[in-house]
Design a protein around this ligand. Sequence first.
Ligand SMILES: [Mn+2]
Length: 322
Amino acid sequence: MPALQIGYHDHCFDGVASAAAFLRFYRDKVKPGLTDVGLRGLAHRAGQLFDPDVFAGEENAVVDFRFSPDPRLTWWFDHHQSAFESASDEAVFHADRSGRKFWDPQAKSCTRFLARVVEEKFGWDPSPLRELIDWAEIIDGALFSTPQMAVALSDPPMQLMLLIEASKDPALLPRLIRELSQRPLSAVLREPWVTVPLQPLLERHHELVRLVTGRIQLDRGVATYDLADLGVENVNKFIAYAADASTLYTVSVSRGTNRSKISLGSNPWKQQLRRHNLAQIAERYGGGGHPAVAAISLPPDRLQEARAAAATIADELRKETA
Ligand SMILES: [Mn+2]
């Protein structure tokens, strides 16, 4: 049993950065010198989210992911609007008096939220991780200056976002979390174990950008595209806004090994025109997320259902944007 186990939102820059920040904080303020740490990526999917062994540590933290009422959960930080699977889970959170569980659905990134909370409540010094915290806020908050910045990935931290989203190496994210907890982001970004696996992913990314751009159907501000035949689960969310700046919403369907997925997004550069809460729409289908970006997971064999739901949602989004 590890002394500490951290569950984090898998294949997500903010999830990885939150885990690194939590690990740094825990070693700085709770148990200095601790080495016995388990790291576990958590993914949204249809059905049970937490395996029984998620809480296998003496202490268990979950960051940037859904709440669990499991009493073995000792630390929790999240900023998703859809943080609770049920009203009773939410009641368990509100009744908690441990002072170690925190939620702010207004926060743009879990990383900066966590850093701010543990600075205020536990006197943690976030300055060694400043670069990482700032980039998590930019990436998870979609605070990019242009859609091109979000799609071209010329900034090395944006390339790391791609590596985190697309890597299939199970050892890579735990290694990144450990390294990012100890060294500045820019130093980690120069490591060959980061730059070498990135090259083929960057080539594939640019190929996918061309492919997705070619498939987009834009109708009354809503861009739809279907990537189910490609077997990719995570595609850059900003391609449609770079392709046509008048795009207000995106609705896309993809299919990975564990799920058929509907991704809902709204243009970060046109948030003043957003009329819908995408998390609420996703919740109707058992999904969730944030008002501006959300997702729905269905079992992999229910692709037709995913496609039908995507078409219904796209119609709904079009109605008030026409
Ligand atoms: Mn997040």
